[in-house]
Design a protein around this ligand. Sequence first.
Ligand SMILES: [Zn+2]
Length: 184
Amino acid sequence: MREQYPNAEIGVLHEWEGIKYLVDTLALSHRGQAPSYDDYPEALCEMAETYIKDKKPALVAVCFDQLDHVGHKSGHDTQEYYNCLHTLDGYIGRIIQAIKDAGIWDDTIIMLTADHGGINKGHGGITLEEVEIPFIIAGKNIKQSGEFQESMMQFDTAATIAYVFRLEQPQVWTGRPMKQVFKK
Ligand SMILES: [Zn+2]
């Protein structure tokens, strides 16, 4: 993205500090880490709202860590876990509203995904509960409803983003764009 659109506004906003080692920070226009969500749970959501309205980014990743934390502390598939999902759902609603307020909703695609699932109070194993993740996509030129009939791997997310921006995918990538989600 940075190579092919040098002026693109690209941001990453996150809670977990480790995210900064997972992204190409040299390609970013902006990186912001939220303060501890124990003290200020809405901080990341507010940062996303402000960034989207101020900068109207071409690409932004908003990485919530709270759910992982609850999974480790209280367990996955527990009431606390679903309560946290409910809270995150509210944040997503606010981020969607910020996109609308920024006047870019009609030109936006939203992807919601995760890096892993969980079982009991952990993850990292090979059970389906741990390795299966959601991938939800909505917005401009995306089909209204439907379910994947094919397999998708996490690295296909990057390939799908590259496809959206008509980027030439680096030869080294093994990801495949999920073309079936687009109307045309
Ligand atoms: Zn974890």
